[in-house]
Design a protein around this ligand. Structure first.
Ligand SMILES: Nc1ncnc2c1ncn2[C@@H]1O[C@H](COP(=O)(O)OP(=O)(O)O)[C@@H](O)[C@H]1O
Ligand SMILES: [Mg+2]
Length: 232
């Protein structure tokens, strides 16, 4: 039973950490799944990411949006679509909503243009569940520290506030797809909340057998999980 789950939210909100925990829980339960991320997730995508995050010269908002979608298109064609076709659960750290929010609300690029290009890149693929890690921008940025900030992390607070409000607006418009998480809570609490929702979705969609005691199971994996993807 294919399922496409995306993580969204501002810098340092815990997306990469929770995506990794979720992937571990799925693996532990023998639910075929993959963990990937945007931008990146493929060799060519990682090259595009380097340019988008670490290039010191300016990039026009339109070029930036096209680069994100170039990476996205390649990721979908070579990683996401094949995994979904095999019936896997795909967990993706950021997806199209990031582009709407960062380039649309953040950079103020025309929304219609973004939506058009997003649609070309995705071929209309929409996540089944999008988890919004909502956090006050100052708190998220502080978690990441001030060292080695990328092009987006270096933006001012007004940019990050527009991003946060953009996400909340998208989630409010489409409540069926989004799960809003208070990302200021503890890692354990958040992992449990997400796991409960994903289990519910899996049980609703398919006939996969689930763990009875979801809370304990999540706690156990949480203990083992590492920050290996944190900071990305
Ligand atoms: N709920 C949380 N409370 C406190 N710190 C957290 C929480 N979730 C993640 N962190 C820490 O914050 C930092 C950023 O997390 P990360 O998962 O990289 O965020 P993102 O991918 O959203 O930028 C990491 O050091 C991570 O361990
Ligand atoms: Mg990350």
């Amino acid at each position: 039973m294919p399922l496409f789950i995306t993580f969204e939210g501002g810098e340092g909100s815990g997306k990469s950490f929770q995506a990794s925990v979720l992937h571990k829980l799925l693996t532990r339960d023998n639910i075929p799944s993959i963990l990937t991320r945007e931008p990146g997730g493929t060799p060519v995508g990682e090259e595009i990411t380097k340019c988008l995050k670490w290039n010191n010269s300016s990039i026009s908002p339109l070029a930036e949006m096209l680069l994100f979608n170039a990476s996205r298109s390649h990721l979908i064609e070579t990683v996401i679509s094949p995994a979904l076709a095999e019936g896997k659960v795909v967990v993706c750290d950021r997806f199209t909503d990031s582009t709407i929010v960062y380039q649309g609300y953040g950079r103020k690029l025309d929304m219609k243009t973004i939506e058009k290009v997003n649609k070309i890149a995705t071929g209309g693929l929409i996540p089944d569940l999008t988890i919004l890690m909502d956090i006050i921008p100052g708190i998220g940025l502080a978690r990441k520290g001030i060292q080695k900030r990328d092009r987006f992390e270096k933006e001012g607070l007004s940019f990050h506030n527009r991003v946060r409000n953009g996400y909340l607006e998208l989630a409010t418009k489409e409540p069926g797809r989004w799960l809003i998480i208070d990302a200021g809570k503890s890692k354990e609490e958040i992992a449990r909340e997400i796991w409960l929702k994903v289990k519910e979705l899996i049980q609703e969609r398919g006939n996969q057998k689930g763990e009875e005691n979801v809370d304990d199971a999540a706690g156990e994996i949480f203990e083992e999980s590492t920050d290996e993807r944190a900071g990305q």
